[in-house]
Design a binder for this molecule. Structure first.
Ligand SMILES: Nc1ncnc2c1ncn2[C@@H]1O[C@H](COP(=O)(O)OP(=O)(O)OP(=O)(O)O)[C@@H](O)[C@H]1O
Ligand SMILES: [Mg+2]
Length: 411
């Protein structure tokens, strides 16, 4: 029997990355057989701003992955989404069941009502899951099927995004002859690949620190219960260094990855570093600065990012539950001192996360910057019940033609 092939695309603000994987028929684990990644182009905060540039960047990444995987072209991809201001909404809706026995059809009807509520506001529903059901106003019902009542209610968690950025991304993919078979909110994918079973079950929050975006996904009882993002990431740290030290962006990026630390007061072996500076006349010169000067630029920015994340967690009412355990991943989490600074800011259990449960990743692609990609592979591989997903129904006909056509074909 031939192993099944799946392909994913992580469209990030720093890099575009394509993974092609074989799903082992016995273990059902993805094994990566093709990888292609390149610097992101034509995107701003995950939103396509230049179709042609984005298309070229996607093509290059996909071509490289296809070549490595043996040359067969891929058609279908599972893609992440950070564009379109993705938001979590907790909804409560009710339908009448007129005293008859509640059927699958009634459950589907009430779930549809919740989803259509957001679609009516021109939002595209990416994920939707019931949290609990109620019958005649009495909550806490796990499975209402077969029970009797007048009114069936549901509390649900719906993740939605604006439609236009999604259409633009879909259009870019179509130009590359790729069919977007599934969309996953980026931090949800990162959480799937970095959290261990206990963290998914007992509750924790994955924080993905990318280039332009830091995103948040909370999990409990093996469910994705909340997601959000803030428009700051590692790129802003680099920009602060470039401005603060009057050095070119490329030099600032190098300084950050080689000597950067976000915790002042750590003793370092090499206490002075060379910095290429651009003088008033535009001439470049090299000066030596104390390393703590670099730290003093980085620390407040990372602290600010953490404080914004903490505000989101408090706003969502999660700080005393799932917010007691944090897993930090994403390329920017590799900055020295991130774990310690996070412990200091959040005052809870923190660990750094890397992709788990995906085979065949080389050292260079097994790091924290590839957590979203690995999570997308797991999403594309696992059966819906293993992901603890509720079957999602199609969006309302006619409203989102472009997107709903692929959705209809694939669900
Ligand atoms: N070793 C390192 N130390 C510090 N920062 C790093 C390191 N490696 C990568 N980064 C930073 O990580 C960021 C890129 O992270 P990542 O690859 O997760 O972004 P992305 O997924 O493309 O973007 P986003 O998720 O924001 O759309 C860049 O700002 C880069 O400078
Ligand atoms: Mg990312």
């Amino acid at each position: 029997m031939r192993d099944k092939i799946v392909a994913i695309l992580d469209v990030g603000s720093s890099k575009i990355c394509c993974f092609i994987a074989e799903i082992d028929a016995e273990s059902n684990r993805p094994r990566v057989i093709g990888i292609g990644h390149r610097e992101s182009r034509g995107l701003n905060l995950g939103t396509v701003v230049d179709m042609e540039e984005t298309e070229n960047a996607i093509r290059t990444a996909v071509d490289a992955a296809e070549k490595m995987a043996g040359g067969d072209p891929i058609d279908n991809v599972t893609v992440n989404l950070s564009a379109g201001d993705p938001k979590s909404t907790q909804l409560c809706v009710e339908v009448s069941v007129s005293g008859h026995e509640i059927s699958d059809n009634d459950i589907e009807r009430v779930l549809d009502l919740g989803r259509h509520y957001l679609e009516d506001q021109e939002r595209f529903v990416i994920h939707s899951r019931p949290t609990s059901f109620s019958i005649d106003g009495v909550g806490g019902v796990r499975d209402p099927k077969g029970m009797f009542g007048e009114k069936l209610g549901v509390e649900m968690h719906v993740t939605s995004a604006s439609v236009s950025p999604l259409r633009n991304l879909q259009s870019c993919l179509n130009r590359c002859h790729l069919n977007m078979v599934d969309i996953v909110f980026s931090p949800y994918a990162s959480g799937l690949s970095t959290l261990v079973a206990d963290e998914l079950e007992l509750g924790s929050i994955c924080i993905d620190m990318g280039g332009g975006i830091t995103s948040i996904a909370a999990f409990k009882d093996n469910e994705f219960i909340y997601g959000d993002m803030i428009p700051f990431g590692g790129h802003h740290v680099t920009r602060d260094i470039a401005q603060g030290l009057s050095t070119p962006m490329a030099a600032a990026e190098r300084l950050k990855t080689l000597f950067g630390n976000c915790l002042s007061g750590v003793s370092t072996v090499r206490n002075r570093i060379d910095v290429t500076q651009i003088g008033d006349s535009g001439q470049e010169s090299v000066t030596t600065i104390p390393r703590r000067m670099l730290t003093s630029i980085i620390e407040p920015r990372v602290e600010e990012i953490f404080e914004l994340v903490r505000d989101k967690i408090i706003e969502a009412g999660l700080e005393n539950t799932v917010g007691r355990r944090l897993i930090i991943t994403g390329g920017a989490s590799q900055l020295g001192g991130v774990e310690e600074l996070a412990k200091k800011t959040f005052k809870c259990g923190v660990r750094l996360g890397r992709p788990l449960n995906v085979d065949g990743l080389a050292d260079t692609t097994a790091g924290a910057g590839f957590s979203t990609g690995a999570g997308l592979l797991l999403y594309a591989t696992l059966k819906p019940e293993e992901l603890h997903f509720m079957k999602q129904t199609k969006p309302k006909q006619g409203v989102f033609e472009g997107i709903s056509s692929w959705f209809k074909e694939n669900f």
